[in-house]
Design a protein around this ligand. Structure first.
Ligand SMILES: Nc1nc2c(c(=O)[nH]1)N[C@H]1C(S)=C(S)[C@@H](COP(=O)(O)OP(=O)(O)OC[C@H]3O[C@@H](n4cnc5c(N)ncnc54)[C@H](O)[C@@H]3O)O[C@H]1N2
Ligand code: MOO
Length: 411
């Protein structure tokens, strides 16, 4: 096939993205309520407003003495102010009172007593427990963290679309939020095709294990989805279609991901089975990942990836992962792309964009190609952590030239 007949990577990306974006129609991606403890890495479907202020009471920012600022205003090292010390206020103590003309020892995070309006840090005192010598004045408000000074009650603390990571789960816990409305995780059905795939852990002659099922299920989960089921089917069109129709009847799948059976051979079960049902099979100007299929079966997006495991995983990264994450509203759908310096010469392909497995040295800003370009080298992929993105037709690159690299360690 001449390269001019190939679909561009960008065009196929748009095609897959449109199919996934339309999955739930005008109503948008469905949401569900989950307990905060289950909400890590989920995407908020609705904003969260603070049900209470944070901090919830005025508290001390320092270990020191709660005082009335006016009473210590003139204190200096040469002319300190001496005050009697009342009851200690450790963190966890209830809010109390500060009698006029006194100070109370107070610890970081402990409630500032009524009457006090400043905290003098222990370092500018003599640390006394009966009486205290204050050696520097402090303006009203000093070292007091007022209630609501971080988050005001009713404030939108997190917007719809926020990803719930450590800081977000922390603030929601601090505010007493117990459950959140999040986008439902996309449900991915992973179907590996090929009569060479062994059901048994010890493959017979000519048989192999289902690497694609494992890597695509893991990829779906890494992207924020759920691999609802992982199936294998032999190269038999009626069996394949019966399996698919049965699975889709349940109506609980957002995306069917097949691998294998899409190229030019005699037993192309996916292409032969789904082509007549309206799924489009094209060749994309990409290596690895040239043969691709995409379409709808029973309103469910079906993306058909090539069988070579390196091709399947690269195709996932290029076409499916960003589109799926965009569809359910993930705020960071794309892998970060870094500009890095090649450690050795590299030449792309005349008519295809090429994604080469590579290792990034993030500190040095360098990238080393990792293994051969062919799509049969899954072992090399397993040792890589980046993909060098070589545009089609690129001139030979020398060590020291810069390239774009997709950082597969960053989400
Ligand atoms: N005459 C041509 N042959 C091929 C072409 C072509 O244009 N003309 N394209 C090549 C390219 S590029 C790719 S990529 C592959 C895609 O082939 P299929 O999608 O049809 O995949 P299969 O033939 O079923 O398998 C290819 C390869 O991958 C292994 N495989 C398949 N499934 C799994 C799995 N679940 N786990 C592990 N390995 C798997 C399979 O055994 C084959 O070795 O076609 C080229 N050929
Ligand atoms: O497109 Mo195939 O993925 O080059 O090996």
């Amino acid at each position: 096939m001449s390269t001019s007949a190939l679909r561009s990577v960008a065009e196929h990306q748009q095609h897959v993205a449109a199919l996934l974006a339309a999955r739930h129609g005008a109503g948008g991606w469905p949401s569900e309520i989950v307990a905060l403890a289950e909400a890590r890495d989920r995407v908020l479907a609705e904003p969260v407003r603070a049900p209470e202020p944070l901090p919830s009471f005025d508290n001390s920012a320092m270990d020191g003495y709660a005082v009335r600022a006016a009473e210590v205003a003139g204190a200096t090292a040469d002319d300190p102010t001496r005050l009697p010390v009342g009851e200690d206020i450790p963190a966890g103590a209830p809010v109390g009172e500060l009698a006029p003309g006194t100070a109370r020892r107070i610890m970081t995070g402990a409630p500032v007593p009524h009457g006090a309006d400043a905290v003098v840090e222990v370092e500018v005192t003599d640390g006394g427990t009966e009486t205290v010598e204050i050696r520097e004045g402090r303006a009203a408000g000093t070292f007091v963290r007022p209630a609501g000074s971080d988050v005001a009650v009713g404030q939108e603390v997190l917007a719809a679309g926020a990803l719930l990571g450590p800081a977000q789960l922390g603030v929601l816990t601090a505010l007493g939020v117990q459950d959140v409305v999040v986008r439902r995780r996309p449900r991915v059905l992973v179907v590996s095709t090929g009569s060479e795939l062994a059901a048994d852990p010890t493959p017979g002659s000519g048989q192999i294990r289902d690497a694609n099922g494992a890597l695509l299920a893991a990829a779906a989960e890494e992207a924020g989805g759920v691999a609802v089921r992982r199936l294998w089917v032999e190269d038999d069109v009626p069996t394949f279609l019966a399996l698919l129709d049965g699975e889709l009847a349940a109506g609980d799948v957002d995306l069917v991901l097949t691998s294998g059976g899409v190229s030019a051979g005699a037993y192309e079960v996916v292409k032969d089975g789904l082509g007549p049902r309206g799924v489009e099979f094209v060749k994309v100007a990409l290596q690895p990942g040239m043969p691709q299929g995409s379409g709808l079966i029973e309103q469910t997006p079906v993306i058909c990836l090539p069988g070579n495991p390196v091709s399947a995983l690269t195709s996932w990264e290029v076409f499916v992962r960003p589109a799926l994450r965009r569809a359910f509203g993930h705020p960071a759908p794309d892998r970060p792309v870094v500009r890095a310096t090649l450690t050795e010469p590299l030449t792309g392909l005349p008519g295809k964009r090429q994604l080469r497995r590579a290792r990034l040295d993030r500190a040095a800003g360098t990238v080393a190609p990792w293994g051969p370009a062919g799509s049969g080298f899954l072992g090399w992929f397993a040792g890589a952590d980046a993909l060098i993105d070589l545009p089609a037709g690129g001139a030979p690159l020398a060590a020291g030239d810069t390239v774009d690299a997709w950082d597969l360690m960053s989400r």
